[in-house]
Design a protein around this ligand. Structure first.
Ligand code: FAD
Length: 471
């Protein structure tokens, strides 16, 4: 009978929620189980932060633009969806990345892995770090393990291993860029736990990084694999494929879940359209603030309420190649905070991704805003574009008039994993399991912000909730 079919409701239609739905459906089918899945998304479109714009032959990413290809969950999902032939790596000819120092761009030394120098000679040759700074960085090789039992800040950890100078000139723009965060507030264990592992196992993060790089190359038959990949028509390819695959579940868009109440059996969810849904299990994949609104009435943990988010914006500038008056040969450049510009990075998108622009055009994407600069993102549109153009001119001398610009503002979009983050999640989940069994909360606010991490978390949520409704 219909009553014996369990219902699982997924809140949020970003990549975490879509992956939860996909794997729930897939695993239930494989196990020969009949379940009912509903997905509720506040916005009119699915995808959450993923947002590809197709304009005049350009493929413009307004949210994430690619993913780390060594993280497998996204590659597996692409295969599961039958869209693996759409995957494209970065353009090998645009492999160089630059970092600004004292107003000048310097090529990033070869062999840097996440800011850690794994090839010593190119690192010794770089002008980005002084002689003293190089000695401090290489001292990591001699220090041996000094692991801490507790979590510590990423910045604190890196500074004690490789010194302050390489941290502020290389690691900070590279690593902090991923979170738009402050390295000295971000949790080591929640962001780059492999560094702690390297220290423990190899007594040196340089040796650990070298070892892990060699292993990756070996898996890839000696060739270093492409670091980043995307889909040739944009990341929305994945969202569209998921939507198509999920056409037999109930998806409610433009609908917000407003509250979650415990019933004698399962849960009742009140929706913004006045309806309500009954659920045996619920997977919450919204940003922390919305999750907090739903769960806070039931739990004491303040983990969700305490989570800080940073606002960022990005400005895409499109040019005619013919009038483009700057030359630049890499995939982009990073700007350390100490340089005092408003942009934190600029991707030479049409160099990095050959599919992103027509042959006679150039596409740049500039990033604004980080944890210590929440003012630039508030500039009016015109002032924001002007600020970005001024900074790009300072960096590469570009004066040409863009044919168009696209601004994307992502308010409260970058979760900041504070020191102790993993511990805080653990305690919150223990309490949640006690008070609201069958409610699981996951997504970018928890174990990884990258798209592959969100997919992995969605899959885990599906496994856990399938188990839950069976018992
Ligand atoms: P979201 O995408 O935020 O989805 C949550 C959904 O929940 C939203 O659609 C929201 O509308 C919905 N929602 C909220 N409240 C409710 C409610 N009450 N009821 C119903 N629905 C609700 N990662 C990479 O791997 N590579 C990159 O290049 C990259 N670049 C990035 C650049 C930017 C500017 C940003 C902001 C992030 C970037 N990331 C990148 C990170 C990655 O994009 C995100 O972590 C990921 O997309 C988050 O997915 P999610 O499903 O967890 O959350």
């Amino acid at each position: 009978s219909a009553e014996s079919i369990d219902t699982i409701v997924i809140i949020g239609g970003g990549i975490s929620g879509l992956s939860s739905a996909f794997y729930l459906r897939k695993m239930a089918k494989e196990q020969g189980r009949n379940i009912h899945i509903e997905l509720v998304e506040a916005e009119s479109r699915l995808g959450g932060k993923i947002n590809t714009l197709h304009r005049d032959g350009f493929v413009i990413e307004k949210g994430p633009d690619s993913f780390l290809s060594r993280k497998l969950p996204i590659i597996e999902l692409a295969h599961d969806l039958g869209i693996e032939q759409e995957l494209v790596p970065t353009n090998k000819k645009a492999a160089k990345t630059y970092i600004m120092k004292n107003g000048k761009l310097h090529e990033m030394p070869k062999g840097l892995t996440l800011g850690i120098p794994t090839s010593i000679l190119p690192f010794l040759a770089t002008e980005l770090v002084s002689g003293q700074g190089k000695l401090e960085a290489l001292a990591d090789l001699l220090k041996g393990p000094q692991p801490k039992a507790e979590d510590e800040s990423l910045g604190g950890f890196l500074s004690r291993r490789i010194g302050n100078e390489i941290v502020s000139h290389i690691a900070e723009p590279l690593l902090a860029g991923i979170y738009a965060g402050d390295l000295h507030k971000l949790s080591l264990q929640a962001t780059f736990p492999q560094f702690a592992q390297y220290e423990k196992e190899h007594g040196s993060i340089i040796m650990g990084s070298r070892y892990s790089r060699a292993q990756l190359a070996e898996q890839n038959k000696g060739k270093p694999p492409a670091t980043f990949m995307t889909f040739k028509n944009g990341l929305s390819t994945m969202v569209e494929a998921l939507e198509k695959e999920l056409s037999d579940i109930s998806i409610h868009t433009s609908t917000k879940v407003e509250s979650l109440d415990k019933q004698e059996h399962g849960y009742a969810l009140k929706l913004s359209n006045g309806n309500s849904l009954r659920a045996d299990a619920v997977i919450v994949t919204t940003p922390a603030r919305a999750a907090n609104q739903l769960l806070q009435p039931h739990i004491k943990s303040t983990m969700l309420a305490d989570m800080r988010y940073v606002s960022v914006a990005n400005v895409v500038l499109a040019f005619d190649k013919a009038s483009f008056d700057a030359s630049f040969d890499g995939s982009g450049f990073l700007v350390p905070r100490s340089e005092g510009l408003r942009i934190t990075a600029c991707t030479w998108t049409s160099n990095k991704w050959l599919h992103s622009a027509p042959d006679d055009k150039v596409l740049l994407r500039c990033y604004v805003g980080h944890s210590e600069d929440q003012e630039s993102v508030k500039l009016e549109d015109e002032a924001l574009v002007a600020a970005v153009r001024e900074d790009v001119e300072k960096a590469i001398g570009l004066q040409a008039e863009p044919i168009f610009s696209e601004i994307t503002r992502l308010n409260h979009s970058m979760p900041q994993y504070a020191v102790g983050h993993l511990q805080a999640i653990q305690s919150m989940r223990i309490e949640l399991n006690e008070k609201l069994p069958g409610v699981w909360v996951t997504g970018a606010a928890f174990h990884g912000v990258g798209l592959p991490d969100c997919i992995r978390q969605g899959k885990e949520a599906a496994e856990l909730m399938l188990d839950f409704i069976q018992t």
